[in-house]
Unconditional design. Structure first.
Length: 483
């Protein structure tokens, strides 16, 4: 509606601006560079964790998950606080690559752990070299996981606003936010948002179509002896820990230095900090709860039924992945102002935005849990006279609770870090750690921003740890005991 209100002349004027070509080029160039980097580092890290005996492997695996707790703007803030002159494409590429590597590492690691590792040993005994073994045995199994991770990485980078903004690298999201702030030309923001959506959906369809799922090779899951790293141990540890060091350790060290340096600190308003923490937790919990409620019906249908309608529903449910947060925020602002002004800048509208943005993550986790529930239990309960509603509540949802909890945690940690939609939709007078941090980094008040940044890292790290392989294994054991 907003784009249509701009008129054909207005749309053509925006699309023919030389600035648009620069923004598109920068956005696509950053996506391609980050995707290539995360695929290389993510696959290498997963292979090292799954196939090589590394020292303190459990700790190293947990560290690999920590970048999930670090929003791009917070990592960027830490690097800029340490190196004030850092900006441009190189800085944005480095930080965005580091914070998104786990999106490739974790699915590939999961596939490698459940695949037949003994086939790799057989290929080696037949005289095949490492390159041949990887291309003919390993790659066909992990290709789908790499593609799925690359979809998430590309859409994350395309939707990113905070990191690229701090590094002063102009892309579509930064231009949309600037146009939205310039209230005299909101149509320009809407047209740019439409361009961003088209690019995001094109990337989504392209990468999803290349990620055909390949069934893991038959054999004993996880079989095959892990090889000793030997002299290559330091190199492998550098590869595996590169992302945590860049995304978490360096920014955290910079933050701790800022906190410890008294002359850079303003008096801390403890009440404001507590209020921001409470607001963050409340909004994230609300978004997680609503997302799980909306996800369960879709997950049930896609897990238990097949057909064109279900396939279409599955595709539609995944589309929010291709809608950047700044576009969802912009759309809800326009909708509330045009249809229901009472909803504008309310907590309910922001919670709804979180549920929309992160619904695909909740559906994926819930569907995985539902697929693990034996169908025989439902059939037995039906023969005992239990109705469909009772079977759903007492069997399916009860055994799926660990997966639903993981789905909620996944949405919650994403909502805690979300910035552009929160800036547009948060109620007046309500503060979150993300908005408080952004307000201070925006005016280069690095010392004052440090406590909020540390609080956000700690808060987001809790659900991120539960989402790590160690936390996931614990939830699976709990689910197995219940079953």
């Amino acid at each position: 509606m907003r784009v249509g209100g701009a008129g054909l002349d207005g749309i053509v004027a925006v699309l023919t601006r030389p600035r648009l070509v620069e923004l598109l080029t920068n956005s696509v160039m950053l996506v391609v560079a980050v995707c290539a980097t995360t695929a290389l580092v993510g696959v290498s890290s997963a292979l090292a964790l799954a196939r090589v005996r590394l020292p303190i492997a459990g700790v190293v695996t947990t560290l690999c998950v920590l970048p999930l707790a670090m929003p791009s703007y917070l990592a960027a803030y830490g690097w800029i606080a340490a190196f004030p002159g850092l900006h441009g494409f190189g800085a944005a590429w480095l930080v965005l690559s580091a914070v998104t590597v786990p999106l490739v590492t974790l699915p590939v690691l999961d596939v490698l752990r459940s695949s037949a590792g003994d086939l790799v040993d057989v290929a080696r005994t037949l005289g095949h070299g490492p390159v041949t073994v990887f291309t003919r045995v390993v790659w066909p199994e992990i290709r789908g996981a790499v593609s799925a991770g690359s979809v998430l990485v590309s859409l994350y980078v395309l939707a990113d606003f905070g990191g690229v903004s701090l590094f002063r690298f102009p892309v579509l999201t930064t231009a949309i936010k600037q146009a939205y702030g310039a209230s005299f030309d909101r149509n320009y923001a809407a047209v740019l948002a439409a361009v961003l959506v088209v690019v995001a959906i094109a990337l989504f369809v392209l990468l999803r179509s290349t990620g055909r799922r390949v069934s893991p090779a038959r054999g004993r899951p996880g079989a095959g002896a892990r090889r000793r790293a030997g002299r290559a141990t330091p190199i492998l540890l550098v590869v595996v820990l590169a992302a945590p060091i860049v995304a978490v350790m360096v920014p955290l060290a910079s933050l701790l230095v800022r906190v410890a340096t008294a002359e850079t600190l303003r008096p801390l308003d403890v009440g404001r900090l507590v209020e921001a923490i409470a607001g963050t937790v409340a909004l994230a919990a609300g978004g997680a709860l609503l997302a799980v409620i909306l996800a369960v019906p879709v997950a049930l249908l896609t897990a238990r039924y097949r057909g064109r309608l279900v396939a279409a529903l599955d595709t539609m449910a995944a589309l929010p992945l291709a809608i950047p947060g700044i576009v969802v925020g912009l759309g809800l602002v326009f909708l509330a102002l045009a249809v229901a002004r009472d909803l504008y800048q309310t907590a309910g509208l922001l919670v709804f935005a979180y549920a929309v943005l992160f619904l695909p993550k909740a559906i994926s986790a819930a569907r995985t849990g539902i697929e693990r529930v034996p169908r025989d239990l439902d059939d037995v309960a039906a023969t005992l006279g239990h109705g469909r509603a009772r079977r759903l509540w007492s069997i399916t949802l009860r055994l799926t609770r660990p997966a639903l909890l993981l789905a909620g945690l996944l949405v919650a940690v994403s909502a805690m870090k979300e910035l552009p939609a929160t800036l547009m939709l948060r109620p007046t007078g309500m503060h979150t750690l993300a908005t408080e941090l952004w307000a201070r980094t925006d005016v280069s008040a690095y010392g004052a921003a440090a406590p909020y940044a540390l609080a956000l890292v700690v808060l987001a790290a809790i659900p991120s740890f539960l989402l790590s392989p160690a936390g996931d294994d614990a939830m699976k054991r709990k689910s197995g005991r219940r079953a």
